[in-house]
Design a protein around this ligand. Structure first.
Ligand code: K1U
Ligand code: ZN
Length: 169
């Protein structure tokens, strides 16, 4: 197991559309384990391939609070449908110390392949649904500030430029 480097906003890999995983090899299983370890260490509730520089459709999620663990590995996930939009503050491990309110589906139906190669279809809601959408967005080159109105996104980008200048990003 290894803790991987998490890339920050500005790295082009975060804007690239990822390639599907075509085979669940030992390398993919190892990558999933390393991503989980990296997510727990951060700490975070999710992590997507591009955030560790891997442009593949793989992400990990665990929203269970401290102590217990319920890791979920999603390969080639797709949101099939959504219900009821709700607004919630979210952060992103590629945007340290930036938190913004984002409107997303409160309930989503998602299809994915698990690490054993089984095709799954699940319905999730609440914070877990938010995490699924946030991570699946990463696989499509989308990040949470894309949901903000132009003026707000520009302010966030200005703050990031300021932090980069101060070598604080
Ligand atoms: O993809 C990521 O950058 C991970 C991100 C996922 C996420 C955050 C908020 C809503 C939906 C998805 C994070 O994990 S940010 C850190 C975070 O939310 C958190 C960290 C420790 C405890 C509880 C939450
Ligand atoms: Zn993120």
């Amino acid at each position: 197991m290894a803790i991987l480097k998490i890339v920050k906003y500005g790295d082009p890999v975060l804007r690239k559309k990822t390639a599907p995983v075509t085979e669940i090899t030992d390398d993919i299983i190892q990558l999933a384990e390393d991503m989980l370890e990296t997510m727990y260490a951060a700490p975070g509730v999710g992590l997507a391939g591009p955030q560790v520089g891997v442009s593949l459709q793989i992400c990990v999620i665990d929203v269970v609070p401290e102590g217990k663990r319920n890791p979920i590995v999603l390969i080639n996930p797709k949101v099939l449908s959504g219900e009821d939009k709700v607004e919630l503050e979210e952060g992103c491990l590629s945007f340290p110390k930036i938190y913004e309110k984002v409107k997303r589906w409160n309930k989503v139906r998602v299809e994915y392949v698990d690490l054993k190669g089984n095709l799954k279809e699940v319905e999730v809601e609440g914070f877990l649904a938010k995490a699924f959408q946030h991570e699946i967005d990463h696989l499509n080159g989308k990040v949470f500030i894309d949901y903000l109105p132009d003026w707000k996104r520009k302010l966030v980008e200005k703050e990031i430029r300021r932090r980069k200048k101060g070598k604080n990003w």
